[in-house]
Design a protein around this ligand. Structure first.
Ligand SMILES: *Cc1c(COP(=O)(O)O)cnc(C)c1O
Length: 395
């Protein structure tokens, strides 16, 4: 390894260029000024995106909005839960998820997550009886046992929202993630598989949920008529629901649409890159990459692994530093200051619940970005830097 690893280490924060096809469409929109999704009589870029995304995932309805957080919020509102309703969420997720629950006037109930980053089904089953809804974050694409979750929730009559923000392209038992629960929500923020800077979309097969979400997203007056196949439901809800105005604008759709045909290739590259690095990390006695559950086919653009074999906090911090010296940024979720994925930092929830299992996982779980554009040599560089850093600290 070169002594100045900084110059060789790949930059994992740069994005990929947006496909050329977006330019002509953006130019057209700029020339006409047609940026609002409901101005054109038909075929507005946002409406076309919704049709294409629903088709890609195999869902009946799609609603594009300003972010995945907005989609999660609207999903909860569309379920028409009573004020103060309890919503189970995994304790390992991004702060925007409990925030969306609070925003929807509901109360998040955090469920323990295991060393493999997936929902602990015993704790889930214990807490389900008090729940009015369930929101499952497939955190970093890691899919919890959706068969067990759906069995329990269907039996209890509790609706499931899938937070698939970072899971586009993941498949569970042959089904696309996001189509298993009542609603699935995805993000187009820059660190996700499809990059529009910001943006989100929700999918559902339920016309009532779709209609309610469409109205609340800001389809005021009769703008809902530009959403196909929902006339009866939308006419029923018009003026009976508040407008939160969380719409997507046409420029975002112009950036997203030409990336949809690239999803399959990005998923394949991401999976191959992840597995290539995982194989090398798993050769180290100090590191372990938890296996996916059997039915899951991953679509990762990052890798998570655990420090294994009795690391101290000091050693874990030294490991972050040793990796950084090699030009690779490793975040131990629970040890990086103010990490938005560490539940004890969600002070807006009030008292922090006691979740020893999730806490222990977060204190030894590491996060490294692996954008799908990386070459084999770059992936190998990252893997070697991580393995060497662990060996340096653990002797
Ligand atoms: C990124 C992310 C979100 C939030 O998405 P936004 O579009 O930025 O609101 C929510 N949940 C998970 C798991 C995420 O990775």
């Amino acid at each position: 390894m070169a002594p100045d690893g900084q110059t060789l280490a790949p930059n994992v924060y740069d994005s990929e260029p947006i496909p050329e096809a977006a330019r002509a469409e953006i130019d057209r929109l700029l020339l006409s000024g047609d940026l609002f999704r409901y101005t054109a009589l038909s075929d507005a870029p946002v409406a076309l995106l919704e049709a294409e995304f629903a088709d890609l995932l195999g869902a009946r309805y799609a609603l594009a909005v300003s972010s995945c957080s907005a989609a999660l919020f609207l999903s909860l509102k569309a379920l028409d839960l009573p004020k103060g309703a309890k919503v189970l969420i995994p304790a390992f997720t991004f702060a925007a998820v409990p925030s969306s629950v609070v925003h929807a006037d509901c109360e998040p109930v955090l469920v323990e997550v295991g060393e493999n980053y997936r929902v602990d089904m015993a704790d889930f089953a214990r807490k389900l009886p008090e729940a009015d809804a369930v929101m499952i974050s497939h955190m970093r694409g890691h899919t919890s046992d959706m068969d067990a979750i759906m069995d329990l929730c269907d039996a209890a009559g509790v609706p499931v929202i899938e937070d698939a923000a970072h899971s586009l392209g993941t498949v569970w038992g042959g089904r696309n993630i996001g189509t298993i629960g009542r609603v699935g929500c995805f993000s187009f923020q820059s660190y996700k598989l499809v990059n529009a800077g910001e943006g989100g979309i929700m999918i559902t097969d339920d016309p009532e949920i779709a209609a309610r979400a469409i109205i609340m997203s800001g389809a005021y007056e009769t703008n809902w008529k530009k959403h196909p196949g929902l006339t009866n439901s939308c006419a029923h809800w018009q003026n009976k629901l508040p407008l939160y105005n969380l719409r997507m604008q046409n420029l975002s759709a112009a950036v997203i649409r030409p990336q949809l045909p690239l999803v399959a290739e990005r998923v394949a590259k991401g999976r191959a890159g992840h597995d290539r690095v995982a194989e090398q990390l798993n050769l180290s006695a100090h590191l372990v990459v938890p296996k996916a559950l059997g039915p899951e086919e991953r679509a990762p653009d990052s890798i998570q692994f655990n420090l294994t074999g009795g690391w101290t906090d000091r050693q874990a911090l030294d490991f972050q530093t040793a990796a950084k010296a090699r030009g690779v940024t490793v975040q131990v979720f629970g040890l990086s200051e103010g990490n938005a994925r560490a539940f004890w930092n969600w002070q807006f929830l009030g008292e922090v619940p006691d979740l020893p299992q999730t806490r222990a996982m977060l204190m030894r779980a590491c996060d490294v970005r692996l954008p799908t554009r990386l070459t084999g040599a770059e992936l190998d560089y990252i893997a070697a830097a991580i393995v060497d850093a662990a060996a340096e600290v653990r002797g």
